[in-house]
Design a binder for this molecule. Structure first.
Ligand SMILES: [Mg+2]
Length: 228
């Protein structure tokens, strides 16, 4: 392989979305004294259940995003006897502000970025709001590894849209043949890039079984050293 450009995803590939999200929810739980009503472990279980249900409703266009943001707190707290819409709205807003400032990374993120930086151009390619995604990269001190950051908000299209990848290739003077995409989401990162003819490394951290065959698959970020 004659690779020049490494495209890499942020959420759940480098930035540990689940840990950072949990940490934020826990912080808000105690800050708003919800511990007077239930234990955090009971609360987070209920929250996850409700959040998953609301996301499904959102994907099926049965719910607006703005409602999802606060109602996951409202319904979780209500379950434990705290019925307060204003409080839930405040928690929802604070979650959005606080969570991108969290700094838990997927194991070996820094090591693999240091390694790749010596050999390739690295481009962060991420779906999300520009301000939010930059905040994450900056707070985790990984911003310096990227030759450029591309957010879907800036590009105007989300991965896996082919125009997202077109934009990145064009603006980095790359071709599909000399580029490789690293990411955790099989549909968004891997199939999207593969359709463009870009080679792919799927970060299958949870040992999922799928039909699609990426060019490479790793269980751990360090395994990328054996490929690149
Ligand atoms: Mg991801």
């Amino acid at each position: 392989m004659d690779i020049k450009s490494v495209l890499i995803d942020l959420d759940k590939t480098l930035w540990d979305f689940d840990k950072n999200s949990n940490e934020t929810i826990e912080e808000l739980f105690y800050k708003f004294e919800a511990d007077k009503y239930c234990s955090f472990s009971d609360y987070i279980k209920k929250y996850r259940e409700i959040n998953n249900q609301l996301w499904e409703d959102y994907r099926n266009a049965k719910l607006e995003k703005d409602t999802l943001i606060w109602s996951r707190y409202y319904l979780s707290l209500k379950h434990f006897g705290l019925d307060n819409k204003e409080l839930a709205q405040e928690m929802g807003q604070q979650y959005l502000k606080l969570s991108p400032t969290k700094t838990k990374l997927i194991p070996h993120s820094i090591e693999i970025l240091e390694y790749l930086q010596k050999k390739y151009k690295i481009y962060l390619v991420t779906n999300g709001f520009t301000e939010v995604q930059y905040t994450k990269a900056r707070n985790c001190k990984i911003e310096k590894y990227f030759d450029r950051i591309f957010t879907s908000e800036e590009v105007g299209y989300n991965k896996p849209h082919q125009l997202f990848f077109d934009f990145v290739l064009k603006n980095t003077n790359s071709t599909p043949e000399n580029s490789i995409m690293i990411g955790d989401d099989i549909n968004v990162d891997i199939i999207g890039a593969a359709e463009k003819g870009i080679k792919t490394i799927w970060c299958n951290f949870n040992n999922e079984a799928i039909d699609f065959k990426p060019d490479f698959e790793v269980k751990n970020l360090l395994d990328i050293k054996e490929i690149l």
